[in-house]
Design a protein around this ligand. Structure first.
Ligand code: ZN
Length: 427
């Protein structure tokens, strides 16, 4: 195994009440330019009030001694968001209550530091990253440049009422009109602080647009139904940068009944919901939510896939870990169908070669239930992959965008290509 930097990111929350930012509720397309101008003046990202006792102050970067997969799963179940795995230890973020629970269970804490000390000003070089308004503007620009192949629509609204935008590439159907062409879906930012995943989907969209006349790309645009959803958790992404300091926020912005904030969207899907590797503690970074699809973000994504039986492949991008993974993540077993398993392995292997990442079954590091890709394969037999991007940490700097984009674009073209018949990849 290469460097075992693992991740399935998560974040926390401290949150604004749902009505804190009324500006986001209305017509984004008309507002995006003026917002862009406003934000270009810098230091003017929308301020979000934090409730008393919120979040960051109670959360730590922590290193726990653990040498087995069973121990790692137990640690994840206790609510720690494991981000790095070494042979004898795991590192990641956790609420102080999670750390105390782990200590009570006999786990040794090798290191911990409050995340407040890790917060930093939004560095000028990270202005290349897209916040919600700039992301929308980038998608609008693609549609404007390629109106005959690209269209934009919202699949629904987030907890706080932001639109969850989907950019579609299809030369014969636009918007929400059904298609019989094989479908490929890319989705990013289940986890708020994984901003690099947003950037990769913007790069993929811009590549499809800019190269739409290249024969290799044109062939795919003619024959496939492609969806790019760069920001499934727009509330969390905005909150993470809302004060000019990164907040290490992973979850969405639900205000739980006990005033703890957020649900881990990638534990909220209906596959072994509430099982191992997810927490029932609302303060935890891996809190799975009150019920499967309780969150508007996962519910609208479920509805999106449920209503598109032509979708055959899915890539859910996260950061970080430099891995391409396939189901199961929540079950301590390989998938049953041998032909599907061979196809998953072939496709993950090919995309790993293109990106320089590792390829593995999702549960190899630890078991985590309720995730997007397990559900997509279980419910719809979609060949669904989880990509953990490279780079060091959640805030790897702007240089990482251009460094990773070429590999991600190649992997995306590959996945789109095999969306007609994923098993073809193993033949
Ligand atoms: Zn993640």
């Amino acid at each position: 195994m290469p460097r075992i930097l693992f991740a399935l990111a998560f974040a926390f929350c401290a949150a604004a009440p749902a009505a804190a930012d009324p500006g986001i509720r209305s017509d984004e397309s008309n507002q995006s330019l003026s917002r862009l101008k406003e934000q270009a003046k810098a230091d003017e990202l929308p301020k979000v009030d934090e409730p008393a006792g919120a979040a960051v102050e109670q959360r730590y970067w922590v290193v726990i001694k653990a040498g087995t997969r069973q121990q790692r799963t137990a640690i994840a179940t206790a609510g720690m968001a494991i981000e790095e795995v070494k042979s004898d230890r795991v590192s990641g973020t956790a609420h102080i209550k999670t750390i105390q629970a782990l200590q009570a269970a006999g786990f040794e804490v090798l290191f911990k530091e409050n995340l407040v000390k890790w917060s930093k000003d939004f560095p000028p070089q990270d202005k290349a990253y897209h916040d919600f308004a700039r992301m929308k503007a980038a998608l609008d620009a693609v549609v404007k440049a390629s109106p005959r192949v690209a269209s934009l629509f919202s699949i629904g609204k987030s907890w706080q009422g932001r639109e969850i935008w989907a950019l579609r590439f299809n030369t014969t159907e636009s918007g929400t009109k059904p298609s019989r062409k094989p479908g490929a879906v890319f989705v990013s930012d289940h986890h708020a602080r994984e901003h690099l995943s947003v950037e990769m989907l913007i790069k993929i969209a811009e590549h499809l647009s800019a190269r739409r006349e290249d024969p290799a790309v044109k062939r795919l645009l003619d024959a496939r139904d492609i969806y790019v959803i760069p920001m499934l958790n727009p509330d969390g992404a905005e909150y993470d940068i809302s004060t000019g300091q990164y907040k290490w926020h992973r979850k969405n912005m639900r205000v739980n009944p006990d005033q703890e904030l957020g649900v881990d969207l990638n534990r909220n899907y209906d596959f072994l919901f509430g099982g191992e590797g997810s927490s029932d503690q609302t303060y935890s970074d891996t809190y799975h939510g009150p019920s499967a699809f309780s969150e508007p973000e996962t519910k609208v994504f479920k509805d999106f896939l449920d209503s598109r039986p032509n979708v055959r492949t899915l890539n859910s991008l996260h950061s970080y870990g430099a891995l391409i993974m396939y189901p199961w993540g929540g079950k301590d077993a390989p998938i049953d169908d041998a032909a599907d398993l061979k196809a998953f392995q072939a496709m993950a292997g090919a995309m790993a070669r293109m990106t320089g990442f590792g390829a593995q079954q999702s549960n190899e590091m630890y078991v985590a239930t309720g995730d997007c890709t397990d559900w997509a394969y279980d419910a719809h037999k979609i060949f669904a992959f989880t990509t953990e991007l490279g780079g060091r940490g959640f805030y790897p700097g702007a240089a990482e965008i251009d460094k990773e984009a070429p590999g991600q674009v190649q992997a995306a073209l590959y996945m789109i290509e095999y969306s007609d018949d994923p098993r073809r990849a193993a033949r």
